[in-house]
Design a protein around this ligand. Structure first.
Ligand code: CA
Length: 385
């Protein structure tokens, strides 16, 4: 750590950073045990390693974000911060329930903003080595924050991975998007709710958020629907309507002007099915997992009183283990379907390969991995039913 600090400090100063700022940022760094591999937090950043581990079903992932505690807290914040949220919505054009949802997802509305020093967390990441370039560029961003006077040295509190404040901005995100919404001269995303929410709104607005457009609409599919259309391709709303999709809550589609959408089946044909719009992808600038964006979308709707998913999740299906999914991926690859690296994560590429297999073998082509499909892929032969 000392060797890294000497080297990095020299490079930071050669790049024009003031010695006093570099020193104040790095003088008190010390090893954090989790970066030495003593907790499983680091492992969540890589592929799951436990062969017996079940891939977490999406309904388990959604349980906390859509739970009564989180939604009720969100609704209380929505009421308590109404004037601030109105001002933010007017300035940035981001719907308030989306800000509440992200704030809830990131820190439970400011309840858990982390206890580490951002510089220390990032220095540990740099020393650990796998993400050194990223960690060092984030440390350069911290230097800029101090140089510009946007925050004080003692303000820079972060979670273990270096994300800061109530809306968990990495330092580079802070430099690019944080705002002083309450006008006190500092961009205080740690203690000022207005600054944190205004900053999140600014970030979403610059990422292309479209006010008044849905992130997604839960749909009904007609009998005999071709689920292979849920392939990640955006299609025009007219083509979805002519394919027989309709809003599960009834009536006509109200897309606020959005004219293209993709069909997504987070849990296959027997779970809730969604048309996704541009705003869903904007949520993914915060966290690129589809499950995260779905949690933001659904919890925002529920905080706004619009209700959650209507269709039931297929909780009766036995979840596959990580090892099962690796087998499925290897099997699909061996059959000539491109499931990508057998990493045990059933991502979009795996689902697409599975859909192609399902379609070729006469299964419902929903891309949802089940024990039955795993057996069929392993058998390699024609469809078993
Ligand atoms: Ca401020």
């Amino acid at each position: 750590m000392d060797a890294w600090r000497d080297d990095f400090s020299a490079r930071a100063m050669a790049a024009g950073n003031d010695r006093a700022i570099v020193k104040s940022l790095l003088e008190n760094i010390s090893p954090i045990t989790l970066w030495l591999g003593q907790t499983d937090l680091v492992q969540t950043q890589t592929a799951p390693s436990d062969q017996a581990e079940f891939a977490k079903p999406i309904w388990d992932y959604l349980a906390t974000p859509l739970g009564a505690t989180r939604i009720t807290s969100g609704q209380q914040k929505l009421a308590a911060l109404s004037p601030t949220l109105q001002a933010i919505e007017t300035k940035y054009g981001v719907d308030r329930q989306v800000l509440l949802a992200i704030w809830g997802m990131e820190t439970n509305f400011g309840g858990f903003i982390g206890r580490d020093d951002a510089a220390n967390a990032l220095a540990n990441m740099a020393v650990e080595g796998r993400r050194r370039t990223l960690a060092e560029s984030e440390l350069f961003a911290l230097m800029k924050i101090l140089r510009d006077g946007d925050a004080r040295r003692a303000d820079l509190v972060a979670g273990w991975a270096g994300a800061m404040g109530q809306t968990q901005f990495m330092p580079t995100t802070y430099v690019a998007h944080a705002v002083d919404f309450d006008g006190d001269g500092r961009k205080d995303i740690w203690k000022s709710e207005a600054d944190a929410l205004g900053s999140a709104a600014n970030y979403l607005a610059r990422s292309g958020y479209m006010k008044g457009q849905p992130w997604g609409i839960e749909v009904l599919t007609p009998e005999g629907f071709d689920f292979s259309l849920a392939d990640g391709t955006e299609r025009r709303m007219e083509s979805w309507v002519s394919a027989g999709l309709s809003p599960i809550r009834g009536g006509a589609f109200n897309t606020g002007g959005a004219d293209v959408a993709e069909l997504w089946l987070p849990a296959g044909a027997s779970g809730p099915k969604f048309l996704l719009f541009k705003n869903f992808n904007v949520f993914k600038t915060y966290n690129r997992a589809d499950s995260y964006a779905l949690a933001v979308g659904l919890s925002g709707d529920m905080i706004a009183g619009k209700g959650g998913p209507v269709a039931a999740w297929p909780t009766h299906l036995t979840p596959l283990t990580v090892a099962d999914i690796k087998d499925l991926q290897s099997g699909l690859n061996a059959l000539g379907y491109d499931a990508g690296t057998a990493d045990g994560i059933a991502g979009r590429r795996t689902k697409l390969a599975l859909q192609q297999f399902q379609k070729a073998r006469g299964f419902l082509a929903d891309g949802y991995p089940t024990k039955e499909l795993l057996a069929a892929v392993k058998a390699g032969g024609p469809a078993i039913n």
